[in-house]
Design a protein around this ligand. Structure first.
Ligand code: C2E
Ligand code: CA
Ligand code: CA
Length: 499
């Protein structure tokens, strides 16, 4: 006799004979044959599989639900999303939701409170989501709502507003009134996405846009915006090659004595000669560099190049270089400065770094220390764009600036806006009292020059006196005789005078 060939191997639901309670069994059976191979009977086993099966159901439920909040899990959500974006489906709308200040709550009040906040907010969201739409927690404080229907713009907007309003109501938790708020990004299938992954990506992209625009807002995905970001990504990639590829260049704008027009120095302004896109002004690449963490490299390059080029200009010519907040905060700036001054042999007194108030805002004590250390090298510091941010006159008293540059928005209004004139007058007054030089930026007309002179402003910069221009042109403005006497003093400075 031999046994072979499975007949059955399955799970079924039966009743336990005595108690009538439902249990699960697995049956496993096979033929038992005689010596000629003819089946004579069936032999098998029956096993109680109740534990295994209920565990499986439990696991399945666990996989479908988010354990903390009880809403759908990421796993279930992705499955639904796949289903709703199959070919032939009518369409769906996806809302990607992110709490605006959740990280702060977690950091300040601890994870237990963070969890409680998530639970309460999930409950609020659940109350505005009706079947067959599903609400899911995708992770952290990221939630999503999937509506398996195509909706009008107005109903989508109404839903987004409802989501935001529900999350904006304050929460009272352990004696704290917390108001979090949320941002929402929305994308639709099939009009804006080719499949599940694309739809998720686009909703997230819209969410990113909503967050960038401020809190408690929503954005519906926009294809044009997406290409904007791609453009930015490409620029970021190219920017990495720009420094090494010698694609960057400094232009120089004169800073003059108002009235006489005598050049006191130049401000170095960066330009990018992009191999495909042509000449780009800083507004088109500095924000990209900041986001990509490349600003320090770019800024350090500018300091070095400006010092090299300034070293062979006449010794009375000052050179101003812009330093971004991130570059200023990095501890290496002092080391870099020392090295560059040594290498180029530029008299530190001819160099002035321009910083904006943002550079000093995050850590004022540290900023003050750094300012003093830079000044100890002999290098000057100017407060740039004065008046555009929070800058108050008290900054000028508190921090050791050598110069302050009044933003061009004030200069533009000097003739006909009394409030602008008042600010300029105040800055000039403080400058006189504290021995801080004042430069008026963006001077474009003779009327502005006259008004500034009348207020006692001595230094000016702007298109009226000259636009930023390439180094070779400012070299041309200086006397050749002076240059030739200076060049031997900087033997290791490699400068090409002709482009
Ligand atoms: P900024 O430091 O305030 O530089 C002055 C800007 O105003 C320059 O723009 C200049 O071309 C422009 N400008 C000068 N005079 C006039 C005028 O009369 N009218 C008008 N409408 N504009 C005038 P640019 O070169 O496009 O630079 C923009 C900004 O980019 C600079 O503003 C500075 O914040 C930043 N930047 C430029 N080069 C560097 C750099 O090497 N490092 C860093 N960190 N930032 C830089
Ligand atoms: Ca500047
Ligand atoms: Ca400025």
């Amino acid at each position: 006799m031999k046994s072979e060939g499975r007949v059955k191997d399955f799970v079924s639901e039966v009743y336990r004979h005595r108690t009538r309670e439902v249990i699960w069994i697995t049956e496993n059976a096979w033929y038992v044959r005689d010596g000629d191979g003819n089946p004579i009977f069936i032999e098998g086993t029956i096993q109680d599989a109740t534990d295994r099966i209920t565990n499986l159901a439990f696991v399945e439920r666990q996989a479908n639900l988010d354990t903390l909040t009880g809403v759908a899990s990421r796993f279930r959500f992705l499955r639904c999303l796949e289903e709703e974006t199959l070919p032939g489906k009518t369409g769906c709308t996806l809302y990607s939701i992110d709490f605006d200040r959740f990280k702060e709550v977690n950091d300040l009040l601890g994870h237990a409170t963070g969890d409680l906040v998530l639970k309460l907010l999930a409950k609020r969201l659940q109350s505005i989501v009706n079947e067959p739409s599903i609400l899911a927690r995708l992770g952290g404080d990221e939630f999503a709502i999937l509506q398996p229907s195509l909706n009008s713009q107005s109903s989508i907007e109404a839903m987004a507003k409802k989501i935001i309003a529900s999350l904006r109501e304050p929460l009272r938790i352990s004696g704290h009134d917390l108001t979090l708020g949320a941002s929402v990004g929305i994308s639709m299938f099939p009009s804006q996405a080719t499949g599940a992954e694309d739809l998720l990506g686009n909703a997230d992209f819209a969410l990113f846009q909503a967050k960038a625009a401020g809190r408690n807002g929503f954005r519906i995905f926009d294809l044009e915006l997406r290409s904007d970001i791609q453009h930015r990504k490409e620029l970021e990639q190219d920017l990495r090659d720009a420094i090494t590829g010698e694609q960057l260049e400094l232009y120089y704008q004169p800073i003059v004595e108002g009235g006489t027009g005598v050049v006191q120095g130049y401000e170095a302004l960066m330009r990018w000669n992009h191999p495909k896109r042509g000449f780009l002004p800083p507004s088109q690449f500095i924000p990209v560099a900041e986001d990509a963490g490349l600003m320090t490299d770019l800024g350090n390059w500018a300091i070095k190049r400006a010092c090299q080029q300034a070293a062979i200009l006449p010794p009375h010519i000052m050179i101003a270089v812009n330093v971004s907040p991130s570059q200023f905060r990095s501890a290496s700036i002092l080391v870099k400065l020392r090295r560059v001054l040594e290498e180029t042999r530029l008299d530190p007194k001819r160099l002035i770094l321009e910083i904006t108030e943002t550079a000093i805002l995050t850590d004022e004590a540290l900023a003050e220390k750094l300012l003093r250390e830079i000044q100890a090298l002999g290098v000057g510091i100017a407060l740039d764009d004065f008046g555009t941010g929070f800058s108050s006159l008290s900054y000028l008293q508190r921090f050791p600036f050598n110069k302050v540059k009044i933003d061009r928005s004030f200069v533009a209004g000097i003739v006909d806006q009394p409030a602008n004139l008042a600010v300029i007058r105040a800055v000039l007054g403080i400058g006189r009292d504290l021995g801080i030089k004042v430069v008026a930026e963006g001077v474009e007309t003779k009327m502005q020059v006259d008004a500034l002179l009348q207020e006692g402003c001595k230094l000016m910069q702007g298109y009226y006196y000259g636009k930023p221009k390439p180094y070779v042109e400012i070299v041309g403005d200086q006397s050749v005789a002076e240059l030739s006497t200076l060049i031997p003093k900087a033997p290791d400075t490699k400068i090409r005078l002709v482009r």
